[in-house]
Design a binder for this molecule. Sequence first.
Ligand code: PA5
Length: 460
Amino acid sequence: MTLSLDYTFMLADAVSGGVAPDGFGGAQTAFAAAHAAVAARRASGELGFLDLPRNRELVTQVLEYTASVRGRYRDVVLLGIGGSALGPIALRNALRPPQWNALDDEARAGQPRLHMLDNVDPVTIAATLERVQLADTLFLVVSKSGGTAETMAQYLVVRARLEAAGLPLARHLVFVTDPQKGALRPIATAEGLPALDIPANIGGRFSVLSPVGMLPAALIGIDIEAMLAGAGDMVERCATDDLTRNPAGVFATLQWLADTTGGKHVQVLMPYADPLRDIAAWFVQLWAESLGKVRGDEHVGPTPVPALGATDQHAQVQLFMEGPRDKTITFLAVETPERDVTIPGAHADIPDLAYLGGHSLWELLNIERRATAGALATRGRPSMTIAMPQVDPWHLGALMMLFEIATAYAGALYGVNAFDQPGVELGKRYTYGMMGRPGFEAARAEFEQLPRSNPARILR
Ligand code: PA5
């Protein structure tokens, strides 16, 4: 059983605000060109993420390292940001029991807790470092570039703490980084620290199936071979340039058409399953950073928004139903939950409660999803549903690969490079300048010329 994509409610013959069926049919040519463009970039060696499912060398690196440290640590702390953290967070929260870090050693079957420091807020970092026993902790320093300010700052803090505690660095630090470039690789080589590779042709937000995601996943007992097999199956499914048979193609093409021909600039991803909540956060980075670009003298790209069913029925769905007609909603559904709970019957005399008895919580959650899709349809609001038979490593690998391939197609359809992020550079240069990094004096001077806050416009 594999993933299904139901796009009935994305088309205007079912939902008035949807994509015209003729327009979708006519997009076969554009999609075939996008498919060919992605294939050409892959053939030229640029799109390494597509080859990860078959990369035995990286899997071996991860499994050998994991085996060599098994049973040694009670805590693993990942230092990383953006694509170096969002994937690992999504994997832990999808594929390990809820509240993993709050479970005792027995409930975790001796596997370590996994903490993510994906920011430089000192409150979080100080609290996390106080909470763990350094002697029982492994720190994963994850950075493709090996130079990201936030991650390097975290690394320096952690390294100083390890040194102050007299702990051997090679036992408590492991780097995941580019095989050659960046500051981390030479440190690892000079100091004999373990370091796993992120292939040079894989960027941060496409790296979850590299050691970026696979190392933390394997350390907490997730079956990474199954994840990669599921991802590999999706690569195969998406090998066709027949749009109607290619799930990533359908997702990308419909979202592109909805945005560019239907004014649906906001694209919501709404899992109806708590374990998939952070898949939405991971997808938001993938879709936003890849597609929000300058093209000639135009600014293009849809705005992705995360939501969670049924929780957001009580927060965002009012907006989706009656706000601007500028959205598509993609529901993520799970066909078989890991467990279910029957709602007991009680209060037979109170109709507001009595009707619930005998149903299950899973039934309620799924009926709410279908009800929301139906309600949106009545208001001309298009949606589609990706259904996973169950939340397990195989299907999650397939789902993440579907979104990665869709992002590559969408980049080609929009006519932008989905694999760079030039828009984040200026803010980085200003930061370097203000933090006193040599070579960025001009950026500091430029920043100091920007408009200043006007005291008259500050309310205190
Ligand atoms: O997708 C990307 O390339 C970025 O979001 C990066 O993941 C993020 O900036 C962190 O970069 P790095 O892994 O080089 O530290």
